[in-house]
Design a protein around this ligand. Sequence first.
Ligand code: AP5
Length: 216
Amino acid sequence: MRIVLVGPPGAGKGTQAQFIASHLSIPKISTGDIFRANVSGGTELGRLAKQYMDRGELVPDEVTIAMVRDRLGEDDAQDGFLLDGFPRNVPQAETLKKILTEWSLGLDMVLELVVDEDEVVRRLSGRRTCKKCGRIWHVDFDDKKDDICDDCGGHLFQRDDDKEDVVRRRLEVYGEQTAPLVQFYADEGILVGIDATGPVEEVTKRALSALRPLEK
Ligand code: AP5
């Protein structure tokens, strides 16, 4: 199964991706996570990406596309994948289509997480991520009173790009560059939108039931 998750910052893509990918036994490929790992590792790619991420802007397409092409070529992605955060504009979507066509492959579904802007801001302002295992938490919704991951004991941190002014810019960039993707994939006939409000487990159930027709 080859799936793309799309939705505004804070819609819950990363949260749902971890459950969906594990349910379907396919790798979750998050461009945001790959960039953040490179920033932490102090690589040249990380240094470049950080300049854009800290401003809430998109990392240039040529850099992002080359990185995704390499990742999709790895062994674990040969039987399917779940893309989270890519593609993020129409040129990236067109290039992804070209790459998959070259490999005689195609996307099975694009799942859109639909949630309004007020909820997104509430979610992002309380988000914490585990430094060790990457698990995403929320200070209020998960009732997190300390900065320790309940799963692995790792330290939780707040992302630099979750500051209010950067969140505002990320939402603008989503409206200008990423929202047009929804129409692009609707025209391709593979877009399915689900209501991404309510408890995490309810959203996961809706996502899995939208994907069920693809399961053999
Ligand atoms: P990226 O990491 O992809 O960020 P994003 O798309 O802005 O999405 P987020 O990770 O902020 O949100 P999410 O939808 O995953 O929400 P989450 O599950 O964490 O990208 C970061 C940056 O990298 C970009 O700005 C750009 O610079 C660069 N980049 C990445 N991809 C790129 C590309 N393709 N091209 C160019 N540049 C690229 O949930 C948020 C919070 O809400 C959490 O605390 C969670 O616990 C909580 N939550 C989730 N679901 C629920 C629920 N149902 N109820 C209550 N709380 C919930």
